[in-house]
Design a protein around this ligand. Structure first.
Ligand code: MN9
Length: 291
């Protein structure tokens, strides 16, 4: 059995202070809060963690802190993806040494690499780090989406054990069943139920930060075959995400979690601070649907 990573994984936010430095105290409080929920793990230092705006040494500092604050036996997957293979390997080795369960890396973007170059990127990382790897299947710019053929080649490697599928293409997600028993995480929270129906074995999401219990309940309802309940939770989630998208997903999430009592600070630049108008919309959302 290859897949030991089912369930609900919160894509952890990183709290920053006014100088864009990690706010360790807020991070500890926030991690402690999330550990009270019946989640299966954290996804550390991904898009939601703002890692792509952080220096490698700052990312390593985050890995160290989250590992230290996670005092409960849940799985920890850490994102080490970088445009540089060398950096990804360096961060991967560090995370493995800290005791992370698995590493993950986004498809290297920007340069429009070929499928072969991308395959080599992942093989170089796992052959050096020798640790479980979850491919972060997200192609924001530059690359064409990874093909099933590419995934088949990647999964010949014993260390490559999962996919975080951040794509609305759920037919592609379903086709991953050809890869065998892999950890298949739904990536877009607004299609969580659809993703589960098409074969996802869990989810990694950003909006789990503001409503973890809804995802736990949706996942449970789905596994119990209670589709009516699962659908009604997904509908509630989609209404909330519609507002988040309108106001900007990451700054809104930080604002909402700060309202709940954790000092998350602002997103790193170039993210803008939320306008007063957007804050008002989010205040209403918080009051009516999240508190
Ligand atoms: O990690 C997140 N995707 C990205 C997953 O950040 C690219 C999602 O949780 C989205 O933020 C969410 C809203 O679109 O589904």
């Amino acid at each position: 059995m290859k897949n030991k990573y089912n369930g609900i994984y919160v894509a952890l936010m990183t709290p920053f202070d006014k100088n864009e430095k990690i706010n360790a105290k807020a991070l500890e409080q926030y991690v402690n809060y999330l550990l009270k929920f019946d989640i299966q793990g954290f996804y550390v230092g991904g898009s939601t963690g703002e890692a792509l705006m952080m220096q490698d040494n700052e990312r390593k500092e985050l890995f160290k802190l989250v590992k230290k604050y996670t005092t409960k036996d849940i799985k920890l997957i850490v994102h080490v993806g970088s445009l540089s293979t060398k950096s990804a390997i360096d961060m991967g080795l560090y995370a493995k040494e800290l005791g992370y369960d698995a590493i993950s890396a986004v498809v290297p973007f920007y340069y429009g690499l070929s499928q072969d170059e991308i395959i080599q990127y992942y093989l170089d990382i796992v052959n050096s780090v020798k640790h479980d790897m979850v491919i972060y299947n997200f192609s924001p710019s530059g690359n064409s989406p990874l093909t099933l053929q590419t995934f088949k080649k990647l999964f010949e490697n014993e260390h490559i054990i999962g996919i975080k599928h951040t794509s609305q293409n759920l037919f592609a997600l379903n086709q991953f069943k050809a890869l065998g028993d892999v950890a298949l995480f739904n990536g877009y929270d607004e299609v969580m139920l659809a993703g589960l129906s098409m074969g996802a074995t869990g989810g990694i999401g950003s909006t789990y930060n503001i409503m973890p219990q809804k995802y736990i309940d949706l996942y449970t309802a789905f596994n119990e075959g209670n589709m009516k309940k699962a659908k009604s939770i997904q509908d509630e989630i989609c209404d909330i995400i519609t507002t988040l998208i309108e106001c900007g997903v990451l700054p809104s999430e930080k604002y909402l979690v700060s309202k709940a009592g954790f000092d998350m600070g602002d997103c790193k630049k170039p993210f803008a601070k939320l306008s007063l108008d957007k804050k008002k919309i989010l205040d209403k959302l918080y009051k009516e649907k999240l508190s």
